[in-house]
Ligand binder design. Sequence first.
Ligand code: NAP
Length: 288
Amino acid sequence: MTATPLPGGTWTLGDLTVTRFGYGAMQLAGPGVMGPPADRDGALAVLRAVVESGITHIDTADAYGPHVTNELIREALRPYPPELHLVTKVGAHRDADGGWPPARDPESLRRAVHDDLGRLGLDVLDVVNLRLGNALGPVPGSVAEAFGTLVELQRQGLIRHLGVSNVTPEQVVEAQSIAPIVCVQNAYNLAHRDDDELIDGLASQGVAYVPFFPLGGFAPLQAAELSAVADRLGATPMSVALAWLLRRSPNILLIPGTRSLAHLRENIAGAALVLSDEDLADLDKIGR
Ligand SMILES: NC(=O)c1ccc[n+]([C@@H]2O[C@H](COP(=O)([O-])OP(=O)(O)OC[C@H]3O[C@@H](n4cnc5c(N)ncnc54)[C@H](OP(=O)(O)O)[C@@H]3O)[C@@H](O)[C@H]2O)c1
């Protein structure tokens, strides 16, 4: 794959420039995000193609596998190109059933950051998101103790920039009252737009919004309006969904996940799709 300019251009996370078109590594682990991938060489090839395509933002977490995606990233990409930035998240363990029990006490968070550093083979993590809430979404409550622990690790020089994930708008405000954040990573896509107001507020502050499940996650996006727009444009629904996110707000960064080289290529090309006012109006009807 040759690097041509990626759709959406770039964004800065603090002092780090990243392509708005990034890559989410979660799907590279085995079924249920547990264990190794069925096609290990294929997973390594996807990661190498991500970097060859010019993408400079990869989202990962030591909980994926657990450890699997971080180890694949290290094997495929180290020594890392200087322009590549790895964004990790901490705040959950994995249990034997594949669950994601919270791990937000100070000791677990310190261990998680050191695990990320060790497994990725880094001295400093570029961006660490504190993941809150549960599998159903954000859960209100104070973030002070957990976020404060990450701020302490940042002061020790182990983390460059902080973010928060799976959070309510109030938790974003509380975190920002403790220390600056460069990104918020929440579930958002054409059909799940609870964060519309939050996205606009963050845009006005220059803070990135990174939607997880941009393509619907484990349940691919499906809507009659989406299919109709895709058909009209001769494109796939996934392409329309990604192009819509890039168009939605300049602070939105994409981290679509795939274990397929063909889908990676399709997503990069598809995100460049130009949507007309008519397309946008039709897509706005989804989920309303
Ligand atoms: N902060 C959090 O709590 C949290 C939670 C979940 C995820 N995340 C992050 O967000 C990233 C993105 O989320 P996600 O990967 O779960 O969901 P997603 O990007 O919405 O969707 C990924 C799914 O879409 C499929 N797909 C991708 N491109 C496709 C295409 N062109 N055509 C058809 N199917 C396509 C993939 O299957 P194939 O492999 O077959 O392409 C995969 O099953 C993750 O990788 C992870 O880094 C964060």
